[in-house]
Design a binder for this molecule. Structure first.
Ligand SMILES: [Zn+2]
Length: 190
C-alpha cells in the first residue's frame, strides 16, 4: 500500500488534453494522439497496424489519458514511510496520555491503531501544510535512517530508510505544497 501527497484537483476539474495508446513497445511505435479516452479506446482495434513489437503483437495496448494535472509535483511513499512523515508533521495520532491514564481522561476517546490508518487519508489547506512542513524541517533532527529488517513470522519486510530520508521527503512535500498554494488548492494525501 502506498500513500500519495499531491495538490487537490482544480475546482473546475482537470482538463483532459487527449489520450494515447501505450503498450510494452519501448520506444512507443503507435504515436497516434486521440482527443479523449473514448476515441483512444476505439483506436485500440487498429493498434496492430501501428505496432510490430513482438511482446505486444498488437494485442497489449492500453489507453493513457493526458490531463492538465499530469506534470504537477507529487510525493508517493510506502504507507509505513507515510506514517513516519505524517508523524513528523504532527498529523498522525499517537498513543497519548489518555491511553496511559484512561480513568482520569473520561470522555476522551483514546487513539487506536485505526486512527493511525485514518491518518493516511486527509487534506489540508496549502498554507497550513506549509507551516507544518517548515516547522518539521526546522525541528526534525537529521534522519539517521533505519536499517532494513525482515520479519519472517509475518511476511512483513521493512526496507528501512536511508540517512537523511526525512529531510529529502519533506523537501519534496514542500514543493508539492508550494505548487498547491500558488494555485489556491489544498494538499491531499490518500
Ligand atoms: Zn503495441
Amino acid at each position: 500500500m502506498t500513500v500519495t501527497f499531491f495538490p487537490a484537483e482544480p475546482a473546475a476539474g482537470a482538463t483532459v488534453l487527449g489520450a494515447s495508446i501505450h503498450c510494452p513497445a519501448d520506444p512507443r511505435q503507435d504515436r497516434r494522439r486521440f482527443r479523449d479516452y473514448t476515441a483512444a479506446t476505439a483506436g485500440l482495434a487498429e493498434h496492430h497496424q501501428f505496432c510490430t513489437d513482438p511482446w505486444c503483437a498488437g494485442q497489449a495496448g492500453y489507453v493513457v489519458e493526458h490531463r492538465s494535472t499530469d506534470g504537477e509535483p507529487r510525493l508517493n511513499l510506502a504507507s509505513v514511510h507515510a506514517r513516519t512523515l505524517l508523524r513528523a508533521l504532527g498529523l498522525c495520532p499517537e498513543i497519548g496520555a489518555g491511553d496511559l491514564h484512561p480513568a482520569t481522561m473520561a470522555g476522551i476517546a483514546p487513539s487506536t491503531p485505526q486512527d493511525a490508518e485514518d491518518a493516511l487519508v486527509g487534506s489540508l489547506p496549502a498554507e497550513l501544510m506549509l507551516g507544518r512542513v517548515e516547522l518539521a524541517l526546522a525541528a526534525a533532527p537529521d534522519d539517521a535512517g533505519v536499517p532494513a529488517t525482515e520479519h519472517r513470522d509475518g511476511a512483513v519486510i521493512d526496507c528501512g530508510r536511508p540517512v537523511g530520508w526525512l529531510q529529502t521527503r519533506l523537501a519534496v512535500l514542500r514543493e508539492v505544497t508550494l505548487y498547491a498554494r500558488a494555485h489556491q488548492r489544498d494538499v491531499v494525501w490518500v
